[in-house]
Design a protein around this ligand. Structure first.
Ligand code: DON
Length: 567
């Protein structure tokens, strides 16, 4: 009797211990009474916290972080790209600012094909023709005017100061620049600014960006429309004209962000609030969660071959649907409600065998009624009142098209590669895409960015998102499963190694030390193709509210050295 009481006591103590010092986590989540900013870059997270301490709310702070990252994380932070900002106000009202780039008016379906109908190598990824009409400035300004408390000039100032006065490059930012040396060296302005004309920056160097500082100063003084109609617009358009780009003065003038209603689903009693088209992310996420709800994952054990098998089979099916059905719903009909219905998931689950892989070749869309993550970036904030922002934005690939518009310091995206250049030909992320995502003027390319919020009993629980192209959707999926099925805290859930499968190519990607050789062998035995070498997947940053105490928990991904800062 005594022994069993002692055992119970010991178990309780151990449980309490693991709750405070979880195994497998790089550290404890950051705990804060008032607010948290979690992003890939410490300087930018600090900007966010300072804005909140000055009386700004999470939206003011998010806009300031977005602008600061354009300076301190130039591979993905941007004002020359686009993204999605999900906002949940303290009163529960939720909306998305869609500031995704749009195809220029002169864009056309086959613009990246040669005379023989073949895709011209790099045409949609490198240089002026790859650039979509940027949405970031308009999107951030719209978020601020609808939900912020501070003035535009106040939230842009930290970014301007960082560009004008410079900042010290950390290891990750310097590595990002070095990794894109070949791309940046092809364009004189990028070469001069980011490679110091052949003397690339190193960790610990100070980088000053005077042209970008001037652009931000003009935006500060004249307001966000300056980017689209003022001197900045003129400089971008002149550079486009001189180099065969398609973006015109009219494209910039007519760019408008959109306000979208989030997609909603449920998973084991939790409410999932996520990203609708033009992202494929939210629909695919809900579709996959609906399928996984059929299985007792926690009983199988985290990262067991049984669990990984089900994850892969689910991912494979959702990505086959993505390729077939998804595109900008303002232009094509996307069967979202069918894809996210529980009934459809029942049918999909029936096609999954518990003990062997279904080759992707034999998986077609259903009938519904290496290391790459310095590209794109996600940040998440919560303030004292309980307003939450979950924002993913991007230049697409690292440093986008490689082009810095002459005289502006503004790096331009290569988001056009997210369209289907040609059905059946994989894009830069190896994704096969379909007609629904064909290029058309003003259309938004299909995205995988998936800023997401999870509620329990109608109350905010956590918010998350990640870069990583198509892997974004699976990163968000696995973080949700880690928290809900495996009881991890938000830091553990982010840190835990991930896998990725996207239907085609038919191969399971995995992270270093993530899937041991026994488990890989078991997966191969079931018929899965597992990639030879591991590589890192994603870079997620999240916030959570501890239900019992209301304490804000911040967690930033250790993969790229980000920082969650609270106050
Ligand atoms: O919108 C998309 O899905 C892509 N342009 C995102 C690119 C990305 O995440 C790159 N990061 N590794």
């Amino acid at each position: 009797m005594k022994r069993s009481i002692a055992l119970i006591l010991l178990t309780t103590m151990l449980l309490a211990l693991t709750a405070t010092a979880p195994r497998g986590a790089s550290k404890e989540p950051v705990r804060a009474r008032h607010g948290v900013a979690a992003s890939v870059n410490e300087i930018a997270s600090r900007v966010g916290v300072e804005v909140m301490q000055r009386g700004g709310n999470a939206i003011d702070a998010a806009v300031a972080v977005g602008l600061a990252l354009a300076v301190t994380w130039p591979s993905a932070g941007n004002i020359g790209g686009g993204g999605f900002m999900m906002i949940r106000r303290a009163d529960g009202a939720t909306e998305i600012i869609d500031y995704r780039e749009r195809a220029p008016l002169a864009a056309s379906r086959d613009m990246y094909l040669d005379g023989k109908g073949d895709v011209v190598k790099n045409a949609s990824t490198v240089g002026y023709k790859a650039v979509g009409v940027p949405g970031t400035v308009a999107g951030l300004a719209l978020a601020l005017s609808r939900h912020g408390k501070l003035k535009w000039a106040d939230v842009i100032e930290p970014a301007r100061a960082l560009a004008a006065e410079g900042f010290t490059l950390n290891h990750q930012t310097a590595r990002g620049i070095q990794g894109s040396k070949d791309l940046l060296s092809r364009f004189p302005e990028s070469n001069r600014i980011f490679l110091r004309s052949g003397k690339p920056f190193e960790e610990g160097d100070r980088i000053v960006q005077p042209e970008l500082a001037q652009t931000l100063a003009r935006l500060k003084e004249k307001g966000p429309r300056e980017f689209y109609e003022g001197e900045t617009a003129r400089l971008i358009v002149d550079d486009m004209k001189a180099n065969g780009g398609l973006v015109t003065a009219r494209d910039l003038k007519e760019y408008e962000p959109a306000i979208r209603v989030p997609l909603k689903g449920t998973y084991r009693g939790y409410e999932i609030v996520t990203m609708p088209p033009p992202s494929s992310g939210g629909a695919a996420l809900i579709e996959m969660l609906n399928v996984l709800e059929h299985y007792d994952l926690s009983r199988m054990g985290w990262n067991s071959s049984a669990e990984l098998h089900l994850l892969v089979e689910t991912m494979r099916r959702a990505f086959a649907d993505r390729a077939e059905f998804m595109g900008d719903a303002d232009f094509v009909k996307v069967p979202v409600s069918g894809l996210i219905s529980k009934k459809y998931a029942d049918r999909l689950a029936q096609t999954i065998a518990p003990d062997h892989a279904t080759p992707s070749e034999s998986v077609r869309a259903g009938k519904p009624t290496g290391y790459e993550s310095t590209e794109t970036t996600h940040f998440t904030l919560i303030d004292d009142e309980g307003n939450v922002v979950s924002n993913t934005y991007t230049l697409n690939n690292s440093f986008g098209s490689g082009v810095t518009a002459q005289g502006t310091g503004v790096l331009l995206n290569n988001e056009m590669d997210d369209f289907t250049s040609k059905p059946g030909v994989p894009n830069g992320y190896g994704l096969l895409q379909g007609e629904a995502n064909a290029i058309a003027p003003r259309k938004r390319p299909l995205s995988a960015m998936t800023p997401t919020i999870v509620l329990k009993d109608g109350k905010f629980l956590f918010a998350i998102g990640s870069p990583g192209g198509p892997t974004i959707i699976n990163t968000v999926l696995q973080i949700i499963v880690n928290i809900i099925d495996f009881g991890m805290n938000i830091q553990q859930a982010i840190d835990s190694p991930r896998i990725h499968h996207q239907w085609m190519p038919d191969s399971v990607r995995w992270e270093p030390l993530g899937v041991n050789s026994d488990t890989r062998a078991a997966l191969v035995k079931m018929g899965h193709t597992v990639s030879d070498k591991p590589g890192y997947i994603g870079d997620a940053h999240g916030v959570m509210v501890e239900p019992k105490t209301g304490i804000r928990l911040g967690a930033s991904d250790p993969r790229l050295g980000g920082a969650a800062i609270g106050y």
